[in-house]
Write a protein that binds this ligand. Structure first.
Ligand code: BES
Ligand code: ZN
Ligand code: ZN
Length: 475
């Protein structure tokens, strides 16, 4: 879908109008004309009341049709993003026009573009009829030029992460995914280094190698760098890149395995965010590291009880091979720390426990200090993504002590699993400002609604871009 500003001379004849409507059928300010054109009997017939989630298509005197979008009691970025997302799926062909004057929130351009670009997303690479029906062009009347251009970048990056996560594991072996990442990152002007298995062995990334041991598809580690001139701050990103999580010898049940192609969401998100940051030309240095590997079962697979040596930090007794994300992240953190960033953020579909704690729509954030967590939460709220702070409760660290190694990779108990996983990771940073984002719940949307489309969500991309934007801003 192309999103652009409408020409001065607006011609509605071959287009569909999208109009915001407040609850109790109050037209949004400026939308009075479109509202007046609607037959009250048809509004009544559809019980259209301007509630959030409601969409109604009616005839229009000038345009092909008008799509009324419910914005709720009071329009906000959230209801606009969501309403336009719904509208983007209702109009399945041609051109649509929406008038920002009709949307009664200052600076709504970003929310409109997010709604349309994210809500209109489709993943059709594996459909025989590859070209789905979709809105081709959205024109904004009185849209903010700069916000439009920036939001096109962040939403394209989000959709790129969605594409990678939605791709079947068969078609994203570590080697293939690394090359896909290389191509995308290089075309955004980033510098890319791909470490193959020999390099990973030379570098002594023993935890990544331990997870990779059970697979016939060799691991990779990708380092992407954005080094703009005049950058003040330096952000380090690490993403979990498990290209399929079978659980390893501690194998998952069939049901728990179904969605495990998603387990490289963290990697997809940090790379896509880095690409967006480069495209936006944000003057902040970014170093992004993604370890990529399957977690498979094979004759050479790591066994429960084996001990792994990450590149730096504590040795690890692997008691459950399904707690593999923290293993590859230990090495990922070890690599990113060498670049001495001012702030390190890791992103991972790390624990079912985070999903249990916060549900499908909220991601967990753990910060090395409440200050770092607040930095992420602020960025998330500006980006319109939902994060919630969870505690790095030191007392629980005892449960990760191993009898024979420095740490074990599970706590042994069922409870507080997102916290113990985060505490484990904290052993692989050493005084750095660091935050861990556990996106196991919201990495996948379970239903299509508003800007969310069933499947990979790309959650985290826009938050990381906002975070970089804030780091780039002069203090
Ligand atoms: N990839 C999973 C976590 C996950 C679960 C992501 C559901 C998305 C949806 C992770 O590697 C895992 O298996 N974690 C285990 C850890 C346990 C063995 C301590 C879990 O959460 O059950
Ligand atoms: Zn696992
Ligand atoms: Zn996993």
């Amino acid at each position: 879908m192309e999103i652009r500003n409408a020409p001065e001379e607006l011609d509605l004849t071959d287009s569909t109008l999208i109009v915001g409507m407040l609850a109790e059928n109050e037209p949004a300010p400026g939308a009075e004309d479109a509202y007046a054109s609607a037959d009250p009997a048809l509004l009544e017939l559809a019980k259209f009341e301007g509630k959030t989630g409601q969409v109604l298509t009616l005839p229009h005197s000038e345009a092909k049709a008008v799509v009324f979008v419910g914005l709720g009691e009071e329009a906000s970025f959230e209801t606009i993003r969501s309403g336009i997302g719904n509208a983007a799926r209702v109009v399945k062909t041609g051109r649509a026009v929406t008038n920002l004057n009709q949307i009664p929130v200052d600076g709504a351009t970003r929310a409109v573009v997010e709604g349309a670009a994210l809500g209109g997303y489709q993943f059709r690479a594996y459909k025989t009829e590859g070209e789905g029906l979709s809105l081709e062009t959205l024109e904004l009347v009185d849209g903010d030029e700069e916000a439009l251009a920036e939001t096109v970048v962040t939403t394209e990056a989000t959709n790129l992460a969605r594409d990678w996560v939605n791709t079947p594991a068969l078609d994203k072996a570590p080697e293939a995914l690394a090359e896909t990442i290389r191509a995308a990152a290089e075309s955004a002007g980033l510098s890319v280094e791909v470490w193959d298995e020999d390099r990973i062995i030379d570098e002594k990334l023993g935890a990544l190698l331990g997870v990779a041991a059970g697979s016939d598809r060799p691991p990779r580690l990708v380092v992407v760098e954005h080094r703009p001139e005049g950058a003040g701050a330096h952000l380090g990103l690490v993403g979990k890149g498990i290209t399929f999580d079978s659980g390893g010898l501690s194998i998952k049940t069939a049901q728990h395995m179904e969605e495990m192609k998603d387990d490289m969401s963290g990697a997809a998100v940090v790379i896509a965010a880095t690409i967006a940051i480069a495209r936006l030309g944000l003057p902040v240095r970014v170093t992004t590291v993604v370890p990529l590997t399957d977690n498979a079962v094979g004759g050479k697979a790591t066994r429960p009880g084996d001990v792994l040596r990450p590149v730096s930090g504590p040795t690890i007794e692997v008691l459950n091979t399904d707690a593999e994300g923290r293993l590859i992240l230990a090495d990922g953190l070890g690599v990113v720390r060498r670049y001495e960033p001012d702030l390190i953020i890791d992103v991972a579909t790390l624990t079912g426990a985070a999903h249990v704690a916060l549900g499908d729509k909220i991601a967990a954030v753990f910060g090395s200090s409440s200050d770092v967590a607040a930095q992420v939460l602020d960025a998330a709220s500006r980006a319109g993504e939902h994060f919630w702070e969870m505690p790095l409760f030191e007392d629980y660290k005892k449960s990760m002590e191993s009898d024979i190694a420095d740490l074990k990779n599970i706590s042994g108990g069922r409870y507080g699993g997102a916290i113990t996983a985060a505490l484990f990771l904290s052993s692989y940073v050493d005084g750095e400002r660091w935050a861990h984002l556990d996106i196991a719940g919201p990495a996948r949307s379970r239903e299509t609604a508003g800007e969310h489309v069933k499947g990979a969500s790309g959650v985290g991309v826009r938050t990381l871009v906002e975070l970089a934007r804030a780091m780039a801003a002069p203090a």
